[in-house]
Design a protein around this ligand. Structure first.
Ligand SMILES: Cc1cc2nc3c(=O)[nH]c(=O)nc-3n(C[C@H](O)[C@H](O)[C@H](O)COP(=O)(O)OP(=O)(O)OC[C@H]3O[C@@H](n4cnc5c(N)ncnc54)[C@H](O)[C@@H]3O)c2cc1C
Length: 506
């Protein structure tokens, strides 16, 4: 073997996954076809759930440096806005950060974790057998073969890995044509709804947001399918001006484009996230219309779900079924995001028949319960991995860790950032549970709390066990803890075969 895992694609998802694999002790080679980062930013918003995860990896402060936070977001361009102030998490807001900066920080993190990044290296072919995967890679020095235990495609919506592995990508073709333009507006006041602002007219949508002093992002959407084969056609400033005029009826003076690109609402989900030794994550596994700022966030959470499971499989402690839980947990989450983005786009269609639906949805958004439910859905905080049937049920099982008191939170983050799970136990009454867990201490760090609830967190910060307190026999609570430790962290006392010797070769 040249390495344990080959990650194809050095976008945000590939970079974070590679770092997570290293935290778990696997050797990783990341292949990225671009010789330099593009510097362009599709995404501009990091959602609340991902902020908690970044904090659990010790990265959040760097992400926040110089970037603004925003406690609200729109749903389908309706008022009232979604209010993030009531989110049940540590960081109840969105962070406005350009994707290029996100990628820069994740690359720094991946390198610090010991990932070998090969830029200018493109995956051209792959041969997966039951015992290994051989990638055929084109590089500036020529073509070579790279053998690994597993290969993960994080190579975007047009994923070569997905196609070579023959994994289906079912869904719906594009129904709208959309343009993205980072330009200078001669007079932002020309746009009737200003900057930032959204305009819905009988001919389409126009959104404008300020990117930096003097540069505005203009997004147009027209509700007719793109011409077949036009998805790669370059966008010109004239095409943009003409599109804005068609939608708004106004000649908006704009110039000096920094970036012009086109996108659509193609909505597809991979039939499976794993085929033998080949896996998919991020846009390679799911694509949808970019409304609500969710694609990158969804993909990053794929990475955080997969990293420790795949590393555990390679290192040798993973129990049967752990790796397959990646697809069974993450695919339904993507399915829900695909549904919700379809709903938002339908609500934004220019057809006047949609107007009564918009009015009714706006009334519903004013109800705190509806507003909160959609806010949790859009930020990834509603994710709830199905818990195995146990001796008792609890509302926190499978959910992201709830906010913790500051001192406990700091200790938990110190443990999670090493890629281990965390067991929070109050001192005293939980001594039996603490004794039981010592057998897993190399994979689960103990955090003693003064009081509060006993909780077991997986390395991705999801709750795997809860002490429900009085009302359930102690014997059952301990048996439940042991089951959870075995299910997520393998057999007790299993030695860690660290593979942190960097021997990946070409
Ligand atoms: C207009 C717009 C706005 C958006 N806004 C947001 C937002 O605010 N928030 C949000 O969460 N999401 C947003 N998204 C979605 C987000 O940009 C994507 O979901 C995200 O980039 C996916 O990351 P990824 O790493 O999976 O794939 P990508 O970013 O596409 O990265 C894939 C990488 O793989 C490389 N690659 C491809 N093929 C090969 C190969 N054969 N060999 C080697 N390397 C290869 C590519 O060069 C690329 O670097 C937006 C999208 C658009 C279009």
């Amino acid at each position: 073997m040249n390495t344990d895992v080959v990650v194809v694609g050095g976008g945000p998802v590939g970079l974070l996954l590679a770092a997570e694999l290293r935290l778990g002790g696997a050797r990783v080679v990341l292949l990225e076809r671009l010789t330099e980062p593009s510097g362009h930013s599709r995404a501009f918003r990091m959602q609340a759930r991902m902020l908690d995860v970044l904090d659990q990896r010790g990265l959040l402060d760097r992400f926040k440096e110089g970037n603004r936070t925003w406690p609200k977001a729109h749903f389908a361009g309706l008022e009232p806005l979604l209010d993030f102030g009531h989110l049940r998490n540590e960081h109840p807001y969105a962070l406005l950060i350009p994707q290029a900066r996100t990628e820069e920080l994740l690359e720094e993190h991946a390198l610090a974790c010991g990932v070998e990044i090969r830029r200018g290296h493109t995956l051209r072919g792959l041969d997966a057998t039951p015992s290994d995967v051989v990638a055929e890679v084109e590089s500036p020095e020529g073509t070579y073969r790279l053998r690994s235990h597993y290969l993960v495609g994080c190579d975007g919506g047009r994923s070569t890995v997905r196609k070579l592995a023959g994994i289906g990508f079912g869904g719906s073709p594009p129904t709208v044509r959309a343009l993205l333009a980072d330009v200078e507006l001669a007079d932002p006041g020309q746009l009737p709804n200003g900057v930032p602002g959204t305009m819905r007219t009988p001919r389409g949508l126009l959104m404008a947001i300020s990117l930096q002093p003097g540069v505005t992002r203009v997004l147009t959407t027209e509700f007719t399918p793109p011409e077949p084969g036009s998805e790669h056609a370059p966008v010109t400033l004239d095409e943009l001006r003409e599109t804005v005029r068609r939608i708004t009826g106004i000649d908006v003076a704009m110039d000096r484009p920094r970036w012009l690109s086109r996108f659509a609402d193609t909505t597809r989900l991979a039939d499976t996230y794993r085929q033998g030794r080949v896996l998919l994550a991020g846009d390679a596994a799911h694509v949808h219309f970019p409304i609500g700022a969710q694609g990158l966030n969804l993909g990053l959470q794929d990475a955080v779900n997969l990293g420790w499971k795949l590393a555990g499989t390679i290192v040798g402690w993973a129990p049967p079924g752990l790796l397959d839980s990646y697809g069974s947990e993450r695919r339904p989450v993507a399915g829900r995001v695909l549904r919700e983005t379809r709903v938002q786009l339908l609500l934004m269609a220019p057809d006047p028949k949609v107007d009564p639906l918009r009015e009714m949805f706006a009334e519903l958004l004013a109800l705190p319960e509806v507003n909160s439910r959609l806010a949790h859905e859009m930020t990834g905080l509603d994710v709830h991995y199905a818990a195995a049937a146990g001796r008792y049920e609890h509302g926190l099982l499978g959910r992201p860790c709830p906010p913790l008191p500051a001192s406990v939170g700091d200790e938990v983050r110190t443990v999670l950032r090493t890629g281990r799970g965390a067991l929070l136990l109050p001192e005293g009454p939980a001594e039996e549970a603490a004794r039981l867990a010592t057998e897993w201490s190399h994979r689960v760090g103990r955090v003693a709390t003064e009081d509060g609830q006993g909780l077991l967190l997986r390395p991705d910060g999801h709750v795997a066990w809860v002490d429900p307190g009085d009302g359930v026999p102690r014997k059952d609570v301990l048996l439940e803890l042991e089951d959870a430790l075995r299910r997520w962290f393998g057999a007790p006392g299993c030695t860690v075969l660290s593979r942190n010797d960097d021997t990946a070769g070409r």
